[in-house]
Design a protein around this ligand. Structure first.
Ligand SMILES: Nc1ncnc2c1ncn2[C@@H]1O[C@H](COP(=O)(O)OP(=O)(O)OP(=O)(O)O)[C@@H](O)[C@H]1O
Length: 245
């Protein structure tokens, strides 16, 4: 599975936020999308999942654009939003069943995976509860369980770490790793740079709607030799230089 974003110009109501954004995510890769508040991470994600239409440029998943095959394109994506999207009137069980239907999953297989994931996230005794009334972290876990039962080839994860307890962060990172092992690609936006540094294979550093630089940590260190060793050092040096331009 490859995600290719090429010369993407996009944003809201014809106001371009993204300016010629180009990057890719290859098979089995976890790519970190890093940037300050307002850099354009969520806007990029909203274009990839098809909520926004590019003004220019294109986005391909395994060579297919959204316009070529809307359903086929969307079924390749499991999306975990920054703010959980839950239905007031549906129970946890009904949220899972709706996901199974939307992705045309085999119910028995999907329930096996769901039960396993529910027990990891300690939600297995809450199937008849309404997640709209859960705590913030529990709501996020519902989104994670729904995404991971799909076993989609591309995971798009928007800032997953801020609302989760440390145990859940580790469980999520293990699940991401399992999906990578089976060849899935993962694009994850985050501000938690020390975790990103440890777990991401590659980074795309967005600033003010443009890709300032991208690469593995050793590649970033080489590109910015005076910045320091850590992703945090490199990112801070890059953004500070930019703000003084
Ligand atoms: N619905 C919207 N309508 C108009 N402009 C928007 C909308 N959402 C975001 N923007 C603008 O797009 C730019 C990029 O915002 P975006 O949400 O993509 O940033 P981000 O990198 O995800 O930031 P954060 O780290 O704060 O989540 C900002 O200038 C923001 O004001």
């Amino acid at each position: 599975m490859t995600l290719q974003v090429t010369n993407l110009v996009g944003g809201y109501s014809q106001i371009p936020v993204l300016k010629e954004v180009t990057f890719d995510v290859q098979n089995g890769e976890l790519v970190g999308l890093i940037g300050l508040n307002g850099a354009g991470k969520s806007t990029t994600i909203n274009h990839i999942i098809g909520l926004l239409t590019p003004f220019k440029g294109e986005i391909k998943i395994n060579g297919i654009t959204l316009n070529q095959d809307k359903n086929g394109y969307k079924k390749q994506i499991a999306y975990i939003p920054e703010t959980p999207i839950l239905y007031q009137e549906l129970t946890l069980k009904e949220h899972l069943e709706m996901t199974m239907m939307a992705y045309s999953l085999d119910r028995d297989e999907a329930w096996k995976k769901a039960n396993h994931l529910l027990s990891i996230f300690r939600l297995d005794n809450k199937l008849d509860w309404f997640p709209a009334n859960f705590s913030k972290g529990m709501k996020q876990k519902v989104m994670i369980v729904c995404a991971f039962i799909t076993e989609a080839p591309l995971f798009i994860i928007d800032e997953p770490f801020l609302g989760l307890d440390p145990l859940a962060v580790h469980d999520l990172l293990d699940l991401i790793d399992e999906q990578k092992q089976r060849g899935a690609s993962v694009l994850m936006s985050t501000h938690v740079l020390d975790t990103a540094e440890k777990y991401c294979d590659r980074f795309v550093l967005l600033h003010d709607g443009t890709v300032k630089t991208e690469g593995t940590l050793p590649e970033l260190r080489k590109a910015l030799p005076d910045a320091g060793e850590s992703l945090d050092d490199i990112y801070m040096s890059m953004t500070r230089a930019d703000q003084h331009e």
